[in-house]
Design a protein around this ligand. Sequence first.
Ligand code: R5P
Length: 319
Amino acid sequence: MRMPDGHGHLMVFSGNANRPLASAIASELGTSLSAATVSAFRDGETQVLIHDDLRGHDVFVVQPTSPPVNHNLVELLIMLDAFRRSGAARRTAVIPYYGYARQERRVTPQEPISARLVADLLTAAGADQVVTMDLSAGAIEGFFDLPVEHLQAAPVLARAFAGVSPADVVIVAPDIGAVKRAEAFQRLVAPGAPVAVVFKERPAPDRVAVSEMVGEVRGRHAILIDDIISTGGTLLGAVEMVLARGARSASAAATHGVFAPGALEALEASPLERIVVTDTIPVEPRGRLEVVSVASLFARAIARIHGVPAAEREAAPAS
Ligand code: R5P
């Protein structure tokens, strides 16, 4: 694919974080992944060698900063640096899952704002723009002085629940931060169905305590919607709450299946009937875990960006 504004050919690269998704995106764009070796020296330092000629071209690199977070982040930074030094006309970091997004504000004065630091690192490494999906906090877009394309997985997740009846279901936000997401999901999946909200607290990092719920779930199939499943604690607490309040069943949908060690096992041992996640982070479907692909959403965004001159995007950064 060739850009109309002189940014050359579209080239798609992948680090090691999610090569299957990167390949699927490239294939949707009618191309294949460009050649690079992303490996490590024996002491563990990341080594990147680009094999294709990038000079004057429009380069995209697909790399979620998912676990191992620091390793994947450094791969991405070093790839961007390699692109810049190799003369790419424009460099876009496609980050399907943006790690450190949950550390976007300080609760005490002694804390870092890690999400901002990551944005600064990406800019310093040479990113001209960023494409990402379902940031834990939308405010992170503002941490960049670059154009940020912020995609939503809701249409893809909603397709997994196509055909449910608004009379039978309730859409549940498993915490207050998920309310807008739940409302958007309700409009796509079951317009008119009720939305309920569970209130949670975090007594310690990675620990969840559920305190209350607002909304009626009795006699309905509950569909819980969240951006991230990490330890699974948020979902497990919400499932317990909705079933205790009389829901007939519970299923869950989330964009990013981070799945900290032990999370999948705990979710599979829970009463959840279905757990639907996307492939922003690589995970194999198993048992009640279903994986839906967001490759076409990213491919469409890349095609759109490739077709729009950089100057126009800079004039209207957010989408
Ligand atoms: C923030 O709270 C997020 O929206 C998720 O609810 C959270 O990251 C899920 O984490 P966990 O699975 O560890 O409860």
